[in-house]
Design a protein around this ligand. Structure first.
Ligand SMILES: [Fe+2]
Length: 183
């Protein structure tokens, strides 16, 4: 008697692969491959590290700025770091939604960031140097956002594209505003 080979439809095979016992976490199946999710999460982790380092530097300059521009820079830096702080959360939560952990320590941020830290305690720079550093810092964040946006675009990850587009618009605007102070 000929053996009949049971045929499994692709949809059933996929269901079987992602099925999890009742009450346990199912495998992530949001229409992006594991490799795509990992690559985007990696890009977002670099972005988060850059954005966090820039946030901290902007806040530190808000504290340590001196000179004739004190009032306007103290307020300008506050506006920028407050907005940046809120955006950090969106980025970290996007990494989580893609199935990966977000970096969350100074050591991890230092390792992942393309922006150099600036000491505040002993050698805070004068205001023009602060503005220069924040200008190039915002531009560094823009470059990382653009790279991550391209990775997300290639994978069809619209929420990440949307998030990176918003951050690009904001950081490009900050870079322009800061640069204008030195022109
Ligand atoms: Fe303050």
């Amino acid at each position: 008697m000929a053996k009949t080979k049971s045929k499994t439809s692709p949809a059933a095979a996929r269901r079987a692969k992602t099925a999890a016992p009742a009450g346990t976490a199912p495998a992530i199946d949001i229409g992006l491959s594991t490799a795509e999710r990992r690559k985007i999460a990696d890009g977002l982790s670099h972005f988060l590290a850059d954005a966090y380092t820039l946030y901290l530097k902007t806040h530190s300059f808000h504290w340590n700025v001196t000179g004739p521009m004190f009032n306007s820079l103290h307020l300008m830096f506050e506006t920028q770091y407050s907005e940046q702080w809120t955006a950090l959360d969106e980025v970290a939560e996007r990494i989580r939604a893609l199935g990966y952990n977000a970096p969350g320590s100074y050591a991890e941020f230092t390792r992942l960031s393309s922006i150099r830290e600036e000491p505040g305690l002993t050698e805070a720079p004068e205001w023009r140097e602060m503005v220069r550093q924040l200008t190039v810092g915002n531009e560094a964040v823009c470059r990382t956002a653009r790279k991550t946006l391209k990775t997300a675009e290639d994978a069809g990850d619209d929420p990440t594209v949307d998030l990176m587009t918003q951050r690009l618009q904001t950081h490009e605007k900050y870079a322009w505003m800061l640069r204008s102070l030195l022109e």
